[in-house]
Design a protein around this ligand. Structure first.
Ligand code: BGP
Length: 469
């Protein structure tokens, strides 16, 4: 077990507006890309989630009592500008809510790390193409500018959460609206456009001299070849370019390296797809690449990949039926199980060494990287509160966090500049494509009564927080 946290380590937990707030119709909030879709799908509702909209004082107090010194939250764009378009008449109720929320964080000595876009595009802009439409980029920049000016109490900003997950789920795996399957053009174009949106916001933040720090959040899934064969190694390279390298290059180099372009081109050709880059995009990326103050890394799992030239195929395990997921991507490799690596019920690999590899890779491939925070890491599990016990037993989660923390500290001891860890998640919440039975929290939430109970991992988290002095 990890015995001691470094001095001044950022020790937090994460949330996202739509997954915690509930109350999606209250106080003038506008619709996002999920509302109608979830309703028509009929499987699960974003309400009440864990009613963070009202219960944030209780949750933040618990967080403080558990020894956390930071919390990751996101602003719901449509609480402020209900149809996404930025006007000089923001929705006052939304603005006030976030002031109250940030104030409550600070009152509890929790530094808020705030994300501007966490999978929740306004419905109006989503209907017009979401990130594929450059109008979305312009509105996002204006919305970000508004937030920087208005929420001066916030010092740590992240623009967009997990560009690749959004692109994968929207355009490749079909699990997020608009539920497209293997539309490679859209998937790569959306990533590129989001990088441009991020870069524009960073450039504006610096040009206007806002105080505080700004960065971007990537989920990195290290990819390992299934065998040592040339074909499998190449498939792993292609998958890595698609999942990680394209985005890391765009963020940290400000251009796509020759090798990255080569690999992406191969993916485009294999899938009859195209990517449009405007000449000015590269200027914008370049300028921003030197101005990021921090990099958020989310890490959940690695991927083992074998070469695959058959037709693309996917099955999303959204109900925790172990062993049911399938992912085979024409010309970009197929996922295979490595029997040595344990998995969760949702088939997510548990591989802490992968996090060490990710950190070392960033240091090696992008030596000018800014300070890194692990902005999400955690383990989803099926859990049920037993009222005869004082705490919910989640030793598997303690093991999970402990092993990942050890990987982080090992990389840090070897010189990687990583200064904090946010567990996903603070409390149990709504999971986009899995509903409510995939629980990640330190705090157990009974969604019917909205009662909160502590898990054993919360006590362990607290004990560790005391080792920081
Ligand atoms: C990340 C997202 C989070 C969260 C988490 C767990 O990709 O940033 O919003 O949901 O993954 O994923 P899931 O809820 O699908 O298990």
């Amino acid at each position: 077990r990890v015995k001691k946290l470094p001095k001044n380590f950022v020790w937090g937990a994460a949330t996202a507006a739509y997954q915690v707030e509930g109350n999606t119709n209250l106080d003038g909030k506008g619709k996002i890309m999920w509302d109608d879709y979830l309703k028509s799908q009929g499987n699960f509702s974003p309400n009440p989630a864990c009613d963070f909209y009202h219960r944030y004082p209780e949750d933040l107090k618990l967080a403080h009592n558990l020894g956390l010194n930071a919390v990751r939250i996101s602003i719901a764009w449509t609480r402020i500008f209900p149809n996404g378009y930025v006007t000089n008449k923001p929705n006052e109720a939304g603005v006030k809510y976030y002031h109250r929320l940030f104030h409550e964080c600070l009152k509890n000595n929790l530094v808020p790390y705030v994300t501007l876009h966490h999978f929740d595009s306004p419905k109006t802009l989503f209907d017009q193409g979401d990130w594929l439409n450059r109008e979305m980029i312009n509105e996002f920049v204006k919305y970000a500018d508004f937030c920087f000016q208005e929420f001066a109490e916030v010092d740590n900003w992240f623009t967009i959460n997990e560009l690749i997950s959004l692109a994968m789920c929207q355009y490749i795996q079909g699990t997020f609206p608009p539920n497209k399957l293997f539309d490679v053009s859209d998937a790569i174009q959306a990533q590129h456009n989001e990088l441009v949106a991020h870069a524009k916001v960073v450039n504006l933040f610096k040009a206007k001299g806002y105080k505080g720090r700004i960065g971007l959040i990537h989920v990195i899934q290290p990819v390992y070849p299934a065998t040592n064969s040339e074909a499998d190694r190449h498939a792993a390279d292609l998958r890595d370019a698609f999942m990680n390298r394209f985005l890391l290059d765009g963020t940290l180099l400000g251009f796509y390296s020759d090798r990255t372009q080569h690999l992406i081109k191969e993916i485009l050709v294999a899938n009859n797809a195209e990517l449009k880059i405007l000449p000015e995009d590269l200027e914008i990326l370049k300028q921003a690449s030197k101005q990021n103050d921090m990099l958020g890394i989310n890490y959940y799992q690695n991927q083992t990949v074998a070469s695959y030239e058959g037709p693309s195929e996917t099955y999303h395990n959204g109900n925790g039926k172990k062993g049911s997921s399938i992912f085979a991507f024409h010309g970009v490799g197929k996922d295979v199980r490595n029997p040595a690596i344990p998995t969760t019920d949702w088939d997510w690999n548990i591989y802490p060494e992968g996090l060490y590899d990710v950190l070392k890779r960033i240091e090696h491939d992008y030596p000018d990287y800014p300070v890194i925070y692990i902005t999400e890491n955690g383990m989803g599990a099926k859990e049920a509160w037993d009222s005869s016990k004082q705490y919910l037993d989640d030793d598997y989660r303690i093991d999970f966090i402990d092993q990942h923390l050890a990987a982080i500290l090992k990389a840090r001891n070897e010189g990687v500049n990583v200064q904090g860890y946010f567990l996903w998640s603070l409390q149990d919440q709504f999971s986009w494509s899995n509903g409510y039975n995939k629980r990640y929290g330190l705090i157990y939430v009974d969604f019917a009564s909205q009662d909160r109970h502590l898990k054993r991992s919360a006590l362990w988290f607290k004990a560790l927080s005391k080792t920081m002095q």
